[in-house]
Design a binder for this molecule. Structure first.
Ligand code: NDP
Length: 471
């Protein structure tokens, strides 16, 4: 019997995805560049509908037509190398799926390249890490709708389910799937940083890690319910087996990153979309990684004592609101970017559908996403998520506490870049009049860039002969 599905790349993600697909009743062929890994994998999983292949030729021959081959290798050049090796072995209409974290522009290039060769291609973002891959990830596939239809039964069966709905929808053509996965990762950076800022305030107020764990566990029962809040509670509870100390206290405050957050930043910059919360989150990781410089600077640069113990009363409720409101801003910005690119690329994106598949399987899964789906289902042309009735109420109710938290943090020298950037976005966006009148005056002053006037119709431009400045 020929296999229903093939997978290349038996690292963490590949192995778990294979076991997931197999568990849904499909026979799966596997191939890995290093053959030992294939043999080990097959030996470790006896009695399953798995076909281990030593060569790509044998692998391709073992698959039923049209072949469905998912590549799960390291993102970047390895994906192109595997594709090049596959091309001469495949027949017209066979399907290659790239399930790695590929940059969406690479996916667009591969999509066009393979279409030219008569092969079909899906670029699918897969989220949820190892556990998601095994039990049910969120999948964001991009490519031709007709190719998606062929892949749909397998993808729907392996995806996470929420309220009986699979966490996979066809995102759009070409690179749309990997693009949306990229923004998902940017939003993930934002969510994580916001939680860390809440933690830093609690720490400054003198809460113990056990008390903080209890706060996050309780939050996980309410509006902030989410996987990341849940694992934060659990992470804070963890003790170091050797010293018995809370493990988080022993972990170095130096964060790494793999670059998808920076891709999101670059894309936002290219499209002139404001994603301050995500930018703050990426930059917070960068500054955290400069540990040596920070330690040196701490000897020279002054600030107030970071002690919030006097403000401990009601702090939990206030920080809750600051986190919730900032999270709304982060998603507002993320969806603004998705919307802007979707329009530019004519991807015809369903924002409600995107939010709904993020409810399960992936790292940012949360109850909260239901409200985003509702907002776009009610008003598909919604200009800014903050203005959807539900989010408007959240922000109006939270804004006072949010301000107090940011003011408290600033007053005590505790960095809250994502909380404060989110609040500045909120206050700028709701401002009838900003300070850009002066900015326009400056631009016209030095560069004759002209300006519009409040007392004249829009679209009429004026220039002033400003006084000459000497020196
Ligand atoms: P890695 O990204 O660590 O990639 C390792 C795999 O790639 C191995 O099977 C390796 O084969 C293969 N490989 C590397 N270079 C080549 C090459 N030139 N030709 C053929 N095969 C090659 O594995 P992961 O499982 O962590 O991730 C796979 C993909 O999924 C990546 O794109 C990753 O970004 C993405 N992803 C990962 C997540 C995670 O939590 N880990 C979550 C979501 C997406 P060999 O054994 O021979 O070295």
């Amino acid at each position: 019997k020929k296999s229903d599905f093939g997978l290349i790349g038996l690292a963490v993600m590949g192995q778990n995805l294979v076991l997931n697909v197999e568990s849904r009743g499909f026979q799966v062929s596997v191939y890995n560049r290093t053959v030992d890994k294939t043999n080990e994998f097959i030996a470790a999983n006896p009695g399953k509908q798995l076909v281990g292949c030593d060569t790509l030729e044998a692998f391709v021959q073992s698959l039923a037509s049209p072949r469905k081959i998912q590549i799960m290798v390291k993102a970047g050049a390895p994906v192109d190398q595997v594709i090049e090796q596959l091309i001469p072995l495949l027949d017209q209409d066979d399907i290659i799926i790239d399930g790695g974290n590929s940059l969406y522009t690479d996916t667009e290039r591969r999509d066009a390249y393979l279409a030219d060769k008569g092969l079909r291609f899906i670029g699918a973002g897969v989220s949820g890490g190892e556990e998601g891959a095994r039990k049910g990830p969120a999948i964001m596939p991009g490519g031709p709708a007709s190719t998606w239809e062929v892949m749909k039964p397998i993808f729907e069966s392996i995806a996470a389910k929420v309220d009986g709905q699979p966490c996979v929808v066809h995102i759009g053509p070409g690179g749309a799937g990997h693009y949306v996965k990229m923004i998902h990762n940017g939003i993930e950076y934002g969510d994580m940083q916001l939680i860390c800022e809440a933690y830093s305030l609690f720490k400054a107020a003198g809460f113990t890690t056990d008390e903080m764990a209890a706060i996050f566990n309780e939050w996980n029962e309410g509006a902030l319910q989410s996987y990341l809040i849940q694992i934060t509670g659990k992470a804070l509870e963890q003790r170091d087996p050797e010293t018995g100390q809370p493990l988080v206290d022993l972990i170095l405050d130096k964060a790494g990153q793999k670059g998808t957050g920076q891709w999101t930043q670059l894309n936002a910059a290219e499209n002139a979309v404001v994603i301050g919360t995500i930018n703050a989150a990426v930059e917070a990781r960068v500054l955290s990684s400069q540990k040596k410089q920070r330690v040196a600077a701490s000897e020279h640069l002054q600030g107030p004592v970071a002690d919030l113990s006097a403000a401990k009363k009601n702090l939990v409720a206030k920080v809750h609101d600051a986190l919730y409101a900032s999270k709304v801003i982060s998603y507002t910005q993320g969806f603004d970017l998705i919307k802007t690119m979707g329009e530019k690329k004519q991807w015809n994106l369903d924002f409600g559908g995107i939010a709904s598949i993020w409810r399960g399987g992936c790292i940012i899964r949360a109850r909260f996403l239901n409200h985003i789906t509702d907002a776009y289902r009610t008003d598909p042309a919604l200009v800014n998520l903050m203005l959807a009735p539900f989010f408007k109420d959240v922000l109006n109710n939270a804004q006072q506490n949010w301000r107090e938290v940011v003011a408290l943090a600033v007053g005590h020298g505790i960095p809250v870049p994502a909380f404060s950037s989110s609040l500045s976005y909120y206050d700028s966006y709701r401002s009838h009049r900003l300070s850009a009148n002066l900015l326009q005056a400056q631009r016209d002053f030095f560069g004759a860039h002209t300006y519009e006037r409040t007392d004249k119709p829009e679209g009429q431009f004026f220039h002033t002969e400003w006084p000459e400045v000497i020196g």
